[in-house]
Design a protein around this ligand. Structure first.
Ligand SMILES: [Zn+2]
Length: 348
């Protein structure tokens, strides 16, 4: 097969090289996917820049984990019925057989090989390989661009709502509510029955949140926690911090009332959280670390999108070779929801 085009990360930073690479060949247990669309979000950006680096990952690498496409070839030991199916990539390269994988806690896999687009080449390319374990079906009627948000930006909120046992009596605040995960987090919390206040910066983002029926508070105002209290009618029961800075974490803890749950998802190596045990006890406050989602949760999240209970928000779409424009928007903090790139449709 001819060479295919891909965006390649050669060194940590924000630059991607537009190159021809050999067509990937599916190995044992893998499928070859013709990529139809790939999401562009902060996780990719953090990986590219190197800030989220835990291990020295191998470069060069084709980034992009939120990809959707059609299976065009199956490697040895793969169920041939996958051929021709539209699939989306499950983010974690879990082993599938350890005690946590067997209990559908794949993000806690004891033999985790890393993540798609980090430890293996991802979807910023015309073609990508994927373990069949990681190729989950895209439901009927969901278009490929909309589907790019399902495996991470919609599934992660689904996991949060289950883990925090969100229900009809909850009042939730989401900090970073108009970003890729945030805009789906507010919708998911509402679908689980909570009243939701979104916090973010920039009039455009706040307007969008309001147009979707959410209370929106501007994080640019020094007194934003007071404003959250005002619209929430007091303290909140669930606080989801997608920013993960000491200041936002502290303010989220302040906002919690009796039986409050602090949900932590965004982490940085230099950030620590200090909490008063007296406060935890007095209000029975819980701190919940949430790590991605299981494959089962991804399939449930997909069903919610198919049923229209969560609307995918992909505000900007570009041809693959112009991904840099979306990277710039993300760096400036001006991208609403998610962005996506689409390879040119020239397959021979
Ligand atoms: Zn495992």
């Amino acid at each position: 097969m001819r060479a295919v085009r891909a965006l390649v990360l050669r060194e940590h930073g924000y630059e991607l090289w537009w190159e021809e690479v050999p067509t990937p060949v599916p190995g044992r247990g893998e499928v070859l996917v013709r990529v139809e669309a790939c999401g562009v979000g902060l996780t990719v950006l953090n990986y590219m820049s190197g800030v989220s680096r835990v291990h020295a990952e191998k470069l060069p690498r084709v980034p992009g984990h939120e990809f959707v496409g059609t299976v065009v070839a199956c490697g040895p030991e793969v169920d041939g019925s996958l051929q021709g199916q539209r699939v989306m990539a499950y983010f974690y390269l879990s082993c599938g057989s350890c005690e946590f994988c067997r209990l559908a806690h794949e993000p806690l896999c004891r033999r985790l090989r890393g993540q798609v687009g980090v430890a293996s080449d991802g979807g910023f390319a015309e073609y990508a390989t994927l373990p069949a374990f990681n190729a989950l079906p895209v439901p009927e009627g969901v278009d490929p661009i909309a589907a790019t948000v399902i495996p991470d930006a919609v599934s992660t909120p689904f996991h949060v709502c289950r883990r925090a046992a969100v229900g009809a009596r909850d009042v939730a605040v989401v900090v970073g509510a108009a970003g890729g995960v945030g805009i789906h987090m507010v919708q998911m919390l509402r679908a689980f029955g909570a009243r939701v206040v979104g916090v973010d910066r920039g009039e455009g983002k706040l307007q969008t949140l309001r147009s979707m029926g959410f209370h929106a508070v501007d994080a640019g105002h020094e007194g934003w926690t007071e404003q959250v209290r005002e619209v929430a009618g007091g303290s909140v029961t669930v606080a989801v911090d997608l920013v993960g800075r000491p200041e936002t974490l502290e303010r989220c803890v302040d906002l919690l009332g009796p039986r409050g749950r602090l949900v932590v998802l965004t982490t940085f190596r230099d950030v620590n959280l200090s909490l008063s045990p007296a406060r935890l006890v007095a209000e029975e406050i819980q701190v919940l670390g949430c790590r991605y989602a299981s494959r089962w949760e991804v399939e449930q999240a997909a069903r919610m999108v198919q049923e229209g209970r969560v609307q995918p928000v992909v505000s900007e779409v570009r041809p693959l070779e112009r991904a840099a424009e979306l990277v710039d928007r993300l760096r400036q903090g001006t991208l609403l929801g998610r962005g996506a790139v689409v390879p040119a449709q020239s397959h021979t």
